[in-house]
Design a protein. Structure first.
Ligand code: HEM
Length: 147
């Protein structure tokens, strides 16, 4: 059936945008910790990557809701429920990461100014939340192989 292939494709496209975007964002963040020049450039490219991650999530949700109506094979519904719970957590943590990012932009040190304690705290929180979310993205992908 064409609808099954279409929604399957959209699910994989969402996976590519979401998981790929989250992975690239982590690599850029880790590298810009050590490289100040890259850090400045990261601030410019990160919003576009974040948009791709959210677009990926939207595609995954829309196609994920549609897929059970078209699949002709049995699904592991228990695992699917666990997967949905993890997806909800990815979204909640994603919203928190977005807020921390905005806070960091507002508190960012100007020129040679010393970073404020509040800025460093927001940065630390964002780093921890990003790691948790990346692990969740991979956990959901791994789990999906068994759904
Ligand atoms: C982080 C979010 C998600 C990721 C990384 C993800 C990933 C995947 C992957 C890799 C598959 C296997 C596809 C296949 O074998 O053909 C899959 C299947 C599936 N996903 Fe997701 N998914 C996500 C979110 C969702 C959501 C939100 C829903 C439902 C609302 C959903 C519903 C399904 C269903 C029903 C299947 C089984 C379809 C099949 O066997 O082809 N997924 N998912």
């Amino acid at each position: 059936m064409v609808a099954l292939e279409l929604f399957n494709f959209l699910h994989f496209l969402g996976l590519a945008f979401g998981l790929g975007g989250a992975t690239i964002a982590s690599v850029i963040s880790a590298k810009s910790e050590k490289d100040k020049e890259l850090g400045k450039a990261a601030g410019k490219i990160m919003p576009s990557i974040v948009k791709f991650i959210w677009l990926g999530m939207a595609l995954l949700i829309i196609s994920g809701i549609a897929l059970p109506f078209f699949v002709t094979w049995p699904l592991n519904n228990q695992l699917l429920v666990v997967k949905h719970v993890l997806v909800v957590w990815i979204i909640i943590i994603g919203v928190f990461i977005g807020r921390r990012m905005k806070k960091m932009q507002n508190l960012a040190p100007v020129l040679k100014e010393k970073p404020s304690a509040e800025f460093l705290k927001a940065k630390k929180q964002m780093k921890a939340l990003s790691i948790i979310n990346l692990i969740l993205w991979y956990a959901v992908t791994l789990m999906s192989a068994f759904v």
